[in-house]
Design a protein around this ligand. Structure first.
Ligand SMILES: [Zn+2]
Length: 338
């Protein structure tokens, strides 16, 4: 029997999650396997923390280090397609030593093994694609939108992540979307942290709720409880819970988000005409009734042609907390089979 495996490492602000994938495509870990990521202590410490995460998951699965053929790594962005952290820094990589740091190259040198890199949204998109299409994955295309603090995305064509010339493909959050009929009367044009106004993330993200949607809708629901929460950031995190309980203000916010996502998918439909549209993020963890309502709303606002309706599917990104590690493990296995 072939003992070859690959390891997937998902690097986050607090934790690294690790997984092991064998040559037959079977994951040997069925839950989160987390160790501290120590990214706040700078790149050198963080690279050692990634090595510990790898050693820990091998110990847990009883796999020998000599069986590992390649490693997949994902981190939050912004970073280049080759795993170089943005020269302007990034939310999770605030220490100056991180600026322009080649985390993929550093881990590869430390391990003496090939390391394949994707940003976390692309990794999750790749995982969703492979879970959904299985053996057909290499012949299918998909687009994923992952709604979190920001709006991450990934475009998969023929089973592969589309990286783009500068490594910036799939930045769905910063695609401008039409606002006509989306904004309510008197609602200001929403602004994104990237400097754009009226892009998808300015609405469909937690930041969009805090900066744009909630402040506006509180003016239309005078005396709403959410207006008495300490800060708008705190209040924004509570909106989903209110939505699950059918609160009218929260539902207006989620309807605007669903409309923005539907319009984003409409643009995707005319660019790559994918087989599947995947939706991920906090909403996946919501109650089944609420997430089905939200997915149906997104679908309702995606304008597909008749021919597209017949072949396209809409689905949620599964196992979201494990999707990053699993996605890069799939990418690493793919490089061995290529
Ligand atoms: Zn933006």
């Amino acid at each position: 029997m072939d003992q070859s495996v690959v390891v997937g490492l998902d690097n986050g602000g607090n934790c690294n999650n690790a997984t092991v994938l064998d040559a037959s495509g079977r994951f040997l870990v069925d839950r989160l396997c987390e160790t501290s990521s120590r990214v706040q202590q700078g790149p050198e410490v963080a690279v050692e923390a990634l090595v510990e995460a790898l050693e820990h998951v091998l110990e847990l699965t009883g796999v020998a280090a000599t069986s590992v053929r390649a490693v997949g790594l994902d981190t939050p962005g912004p970073a280049s397609a080759e795993g170089v952290i943005s020269s302007k820094g990034a939310t999770n990589f605030s220490q100056p030593a991180w600026r322009g740091f080649d985390i993929r190259g550093a881990l590869e040198a430390r391990l003496g093994l090939p390391v394949v890199y994707h940003n976390d949204a692309n990794a999750a998109a790749l995982y969703a694609h492979h879970v959904h299409f299985g053996a057909e994955a290499a012949r299918r295309s998909s687009v994923s939108a992952i709604v979190g603090t920001g709006l991450g995305g990934g475009v998969i064509e023929a089973g592969q992540v589309v990286r783009g010339a500068a490594g910036m493909a799939g930045e769905l959050g910063h695609v401008h979307i039409p606002m006509h009929g989306l904004l309510a009367e008197g609602q200001p044009l929403p602004r994104c942290n990237c400097g754009f106004a009226g892009d998808a993330e300015s609405i469909a993200s937690l930041t969009g709720i805090a900066n744009n949607l909630l402040p506006f809708w509180l003016t239309r629901f005078d005396g709403h409880e959410l207006g008495r929460v300490g800060s708008v950031q705190e209040a924004a995190k509570l909106v989903r819970g209110y939505g699950e309980r059918g609160d009218p203000l929260a539902l207006r916010i989620f309807e605007q988000q669903a409309m923005a996502l539907g319009r984003l998918f409409t643009i995707a439909a005319n660019f790559t005409d994918p087989n599947a549209y995947f939706l991920g993020g906090g909403v996946v963890e919501a109650t089944p009734r609420f997430r089905e309502w939200f997915l149906a709303k997104v679908r309702e606002h995606t304008a597909l042609r008749e021919e597209q309706v017949r072949v396209a599917t809409f689905a949620l990104v599964p196992d979201l907390d494990m999707a990053g590690a699993r996605g890069v493990a799939i990418a690493a296995l793919g490089t061995l089979q290529a």
